[in-house]
Design a protein around this ligand. Structure first.
Ligand SMILES: [Fe+2]
Ligand SMILES: [Fe+2]
Length: 253
């Protein structure tokens, strides 16, 4: 994923889940059809963007599964990664449904999963697998889970859809922590790489696309995290990732 010596040139872009990363760690995302979704209301565009990230997460999990096999990880981790890819397929149905509810007309993701990883054929080694799990899983998916959970509390009519997303993302974040745990059990000294990667993450929460102009009331009506919830959940998720890395250091002595 993100190499330990890969400097982020700018603040972390917003992500929803763990999309495939491309140049400059920018998410690699599928196209959406029809193009008229560009004219959809802001909240709908947010959910379309979320669907693109979830679809990219399917590709990301496939890639992570191949990486884990290549570095000799336990098959139990590989199985859980493949199961997470199935969850993300389901998320690519939930998010367009939320987009339709917010005013988009039948948005569909247009891509093959393989298209998104074509630029990076080689699987990741152990260090990059651990860093990807830490940044995009423990932090990224942990944050996505917390945002969906807080949005579900404020949008009771969307609680089922948002609750499903929250539950799945929380499970993915746990899986990511277990991947980090296995990687560091094999090579405890990679804690320095993990600390470095986490040190590049800004303390300020990334801004979601399209909805900056929307009030928190409007966001809540469309199942989108409010600003205070966004900032609070980011701080908690980041602290959780920092605690995990600090634990590696202690375990390594
Ligand atoms: Fe997801
Ligand atoms: Fe996920």
């Amino acid at each position: 994923m993100i190499g330990p010596r890969t400097q982020r040139a700018e603040p972390a872009p917003w992500t929803d889940g763990r999309p495939v990363r491309g140049r400059g760690s920018r998410p690699v995302l599928p196209r959406v059809s029809p193009p008229s979704t560009d004219e959809a209301p802001a909240a709908a565009r947010y959910w379309i963007e979320s669907a693109r990230h979830r679809f990219s997460s399917v590709a990301s999990f496939h890639r992570t599964g191949s990486s884990l096999v290549a570095i000799g990880a336990p098959s139990e981790l590989v199985d859980r990664v493949l199961s997470a890819a199935d969850d993300e397929h389901h998320h690519t149905e939930i998010c367009p449904a939320l987009a339709r509810r917010s005013g988009a007309h039948d948005p569909r993701v247009v891509a093959d999963v393989g298209d998104l990883t074509r630029h990076r054929r080689r699987v990741d080694g152990l260090v990059d697998t651990a860093i990807g799990a830490l940044i995009d899983g423990v932090l990224g998916e942990g944050w996505a889970a917390a945002r969906c959970e807080s949005a579900a509390r404020r949008s009771p009519e969307l609680a089922a859809a948002l609750g499903r997303l929250a539950t799945d993302e929380a499970r993915h974040a746990e899986l990511a922590a277990d991947i980090v745990g296995w990687c560091t059990s094999v090579r405890p000294w990679i804690d320095a790489d993990l600390r470095f990667a986490l040190g590049l993450v800004p303390a300020e929460a990334p801004r979601p696309p399209f909805v900056e102009e929307l009030t928190d009331d409007v966001r809540a009506r469309h199942g989108i995290c409010t600003r205070p919830d966004r900032d609070e959940t980011w701080a908690i998720a980041l602290e959780g990732a920092q605690r995990l890395v600090a634990g590696v250091r202690v375990a390594a002595g």
